[in-house]
Design a protein. Structure first.
Length: 495
């Protein structure tokens, strides 16, 4: 059984999705989806234990050895990302039971949870596949199911947001497919290990350059890298809040992982950052993201939209670490993928609790929430501190590592911009915290059913994720160790 873990990782949610469609029972659909997600998380953990020492798992599908056949390739980098995806899926699915009951028609619950498992299948498949074309296949599986999940939002704008994401996503997917086609034309293979070996000796350097360009733009669209982030804001705002929590913690991180894998493992850092000087494209984009998006977030009046802009800013931090093309810079990028995934999922879950009771997330209406929803408010405040990067939080671990990496390179202006964006994050999170703790409630919202605490099944997963974030903030060396190993695997290329 241990030899079949990579296949199980993908097959479990893929097989369970049509099973849910056959059963069509709301409760059993949720329970099956949750149990399958937990099983996928356990498989991810077992795979991480096998590769944490630097080992590699290469699983030949159907017994056909690569490069003739398709394989799953698992190392320290993608095992950790797979654990993040499946772990967040499990936690948010538990949380989603009451939230989805309120926002999605009961007759459509089976479609929702089937779509969720297909999205999970696509995201995990993208992470662990060792075949370039299958990256595109799994990307389309996750994207098509994500469009459906976003469309389940409670207002009509969710359909517009879903369609806009579909258009942008289709453009990104087309770029990726064209890039893969040029790679195949230049090298004659789609296996990633084989690609990494053949690209340096190819007789078609122009085709490789075109492939690199198309793949970079396509993946940057999927990862919502500034200024290609237009689809993300409305998608996060209008999707069901459980979907937003899941996507904010996983979808963009998976696309960023594929981007990093392409830069360092397939094309190589010498080609990407030495020959093409990619860092002079990525770093300005990163700085523009975490400065301008943090500034825009200050002026938002809806919590979901504020956190959506914040997500684009946080992607900028990850991109800044990637642009350094160093061990410490890549470690900072990888650890921030994990830390931001946990923090942002917790924040959106807290916003979902507010939506569940109050019916809206209008910031000026959150006066004295601590006295009405103390557990939700506490979770939001503690996660907000992590987003800012207060010491002893996971956000501080990420930003401190990134700042050290930038200082090693002598990129002081970027350090100043990171500190400035952290001050802006303090402003927009602090404004909400002030309203929740100190501002007197208006008479129209001073009492009422709308501000009672949410059911326990929503609080427990939110606090479990919060506790995990607090633990890794206090003991940051654990996540840093995994991230450092992942960075070493990425820089070392395919083996």
């Amino acid at each position: 059984m241990m030899d079949q873990l990579p296949a199980l990782q993908v097959m479990l949610p893929m097989v369970a999705a049509p099973l849910i469609v056959i059963i069509r029972h709301p409760f059993w659909s949720w329970l099956i989806a949750t149990l399958i997600s937990v099983c996928a998380c356990w498989v991810s953990w077992l795979m991480l234990q096998q590769v944490v020492d630097g080992s590699i798992i290469r699983y030949a599908i159907g017994g056909w050895e690569a490069p003739t056949g398709i394989e799953f390739y698992v190392d320290r980098a993608n095992a950790g990302v797979a654990l993040l995806v499946s772990g967040l899926s499990s936690v948010v699915l538990v949380y989603a039971y009451h939230s989805i009951k309120r926002t999605v028609d009961t007759s459509k619950h089976y479609l929702f949870y089937a779509g969720w498992l297909l999205c999970l299948t696509g995201l995990i498949g993208m992470v662990i596949t060792g075949d370039a074309f299958n990256v595109f296949v799994f990307l389309e599986i996750s994207s098509l199911s994500t469009y459906m999940l976003i469309a389940f939002g409670s207002d009509r704008q969710a359909l517009v947001a879903s369609f806009r994401y579909l258009v942008m996503g289709s453009v990104g997917a087309s770029f990726i497919l064209i890039g893969i086609g040029f790679l195949y034309a230049a090298t004659g293979t789609l296996n990633m290990v084989d690609l990494a070996a053949r690209i340096p000796d190819t007789e078609s350097p122009r085709a490789v350059l075109v492939a690199f360009s198309f793949l970079t733009v396509g993946l940057m669209i999927k990862a919502a890298v500034f200024p290609l982030h237009g689809w993300l804001l409305n998608a996060y705002h209008h999707a069901p809040i459980a979907v937003t929590a899941f996507l904010a913690g996983t979808a963009t991180k998976v696309s960023l992982y594929i981007l990093v894998r392409m830069f360092f493992s397939i094309f190589g850092d010498e080609y990407s950052f030495g020959y093409l000087l990619l860092n002079w494209v990525l770093l300005p984009s990163a700085i523009a993201a975490f400065v301008t998006m943090s500034l825009v977030a200050i002026y938002q009046t809806d919590l979901r939209r504020m956190l959506a802009y914040s997500s684009v800013a946080q992607i900028g931090y990850i991109l800044a670490g990637i642009s350094l093309a160093t061990q410490q810079g890549l470690t900072a990028a990888v650890v921030h993928m994990f830390n931001h995934g946990m923090v942002k999922a917790t924040l959106f879950m807290a916003v979902g609790c507010v939506l569940y009771r109050a019916g809206h997330a209008h910031i000026p209406s959150l006066e004295r929430m601590m006295s009405r929803m103390p557990f939700t408010t506490t979770a939001f405040i503690l996660s907000g501190l992590g987003l800012i990067g207060v010491p002893l939080t996971v956000g501080f671990v990420s930003k401190f590592t990134l700042i050290n990496a930038l200082m090693e390179k002598g990129w002081w202006p970027a350090v100043v911009m990171i500190l400035a964006s952290s001050v802006m994050a303090t402003a927009y999170i602090g404004r909400v915290v002030y309203l929740m703790l100190f501002r007197e409630a208006r008479e129209s919202s001073a009492s009422g059913e709308g501000y009672q605490e949410v059911p326990l099944l929503m609080l427990v997963p939110m606090y479990a994720l919060l506790a995990l974030g607090l633990y890794f903030g206090l003991f940051g060396s654990q996540t840093l160790g995994i991230a450092s190993g992942a960075a070493e695997s990425l820089l070392g290329g395919y083996q």
